[in-house]
Design a protein around this ligand. Structure first.
Ligand code: PBG
Length: 325
């Protein structure tokens, strides 16, 4: 055939494919979410096969191994004992609480590892919501933001490098920035969960932490999965309030949102491949229906291609090891 344009010429060998490759994946792109609990046990998480709730010792070992493979950062999620959960989530700002102790241990053992913390009340609040619940069931915005500032300051005092508000309250980025700056923490960065959707893909995570809402859902603060223009509004707000990095969550089903943010901000963008996305790959592979390693890598490259600079993923250590091999 007289064909001047033959795109297959650029795919004919591994060497040429490497030259024309548009998107790279590296361990440096990963942020490793880690679950922690009190005590000395490391407990496999039933709702998330392959994931563990770590003791502090287990955390140091796991974070150390991931860091040695080139993963620059971890983000911590605590399981708080039921008797410490209260309506006002006071435990979230306890300097001797699980998260601050974990931050101090990590920074001491692994000084070059970046420690990110989740700022939201759901693990601490007896109602299982990210904010304070009024008697009539409403989630109180401004009252919640005050508590989140105390939580972020507690993490900063313990040595957190980045705080990541995942609560979706309005005005929390500015309040955190002001609070951190007023206390001398001008170098603590804010990774804002900018477009966090009210997603059923979080189910396995809530099982891991026993943090599901006791009543109602999260639709008055997390976004409607149908909306993308609204994500740009959140993006403009977080940017104006001083966020250092933005996040889209979940990742895989929301690649268009990642691309839309990429086109509308100069800030770095993170995407969170959440528990349900992880679990679907694990389950498909456990059934023998898909190739876990290949689907894992394809899911991650897809998220990067959409425009994410960094990916929070439960595959961080496994994928980093594969990329290093
Ligand atoms: C809560 C929080 C959630 C996740 C991260 N932070 C759950 C929720 O919003 O209900 C989900 C992560 C995942 O599913 O992997 N602040």
């Amino acid at each position: 055939m007289p064909l001047p344009i033959r795109p297959r010429r650029n795919r004919q060998s591994p060497a040429i494919r490497a030259l024309v490759c548009e998107t790279r994946l590296s361990p440096e792109n990963f942020i490793y979410p880690l679950f922690i609990q009190e005590g000395t046990e490391n407990t496999p998480i039933e709702s998330m096969p392959g994931c563990t709730r770590w003791s502090l010792d287990g955390l140091l070992k796991e974070a150390g191994e991931a860091h040695a493979l080139g993963v620059p950062a971890v983000v911590l999620f605590p399981r708080i004992p039921d008797d410490l959960k209260t309506p006002m989530a006071e435990e979230s700002a306890n300097d001797e609480g699980l998260v601050p102790r974990a931050i101090r241990a990590l920074k001491q053992a692994l000084p070059t590892l970046t420690v990110i913390t989740d700022v939201a009340l759901d693990p601490y609040n007896s109602d299982g919501h990210d904010g304070i619940v009024a008697p009539d069931g409403r989630i109180l915005n401004d009252e919640t933001v005050e508590v989140l500032v105390e939580q972020a300051l507690c993490h900063a005092r313990a040595g957190a490098d980045i705080v990541a508000p995942s609560d979706m309250m309005d005005g929390r980025v500015e309040a955190l920035r002001d609070g951190l700056d007023a206390h001398g923490f001008t170098e603590v960065a804010i990774l804002a969960y900018t477009a966090k959707y009210a997603s059923a893909y979080y189910g396995p995570f809530r099982g891991a932490l026993d943090s599901a809402p006791k009543s109602g859902d999260k639709k008055t603060y997390q976004m409607d999965p149908a909306n993308v223009r609204e994500a740009l509004r959140e993006c403009a707000e977080d940017e104006a309030e001083g966020a250092d990095m933005l996040m889209v969550k979940p990742a895989g089903p929301y690649l268009d949102v990642i691309a839309a943010l990429r086109a509308n901000t100069t800030l770095p963008i993170a995407a969170y491949q959440v528990s349900g996305e992880y679990l679907m790959i694990k389950a498909g592979a456990a059934g023998g229906w898909i190739d876990e390693t290949k689907v894992m890598m394809e899911s991650l490259i897809g998220i990067r291609r959409a425009g994410a600079d960094m990916i929070l993923t439960y595959f961080a250590k496994t994928a980093a090891a594969l990329l290093r091999a």
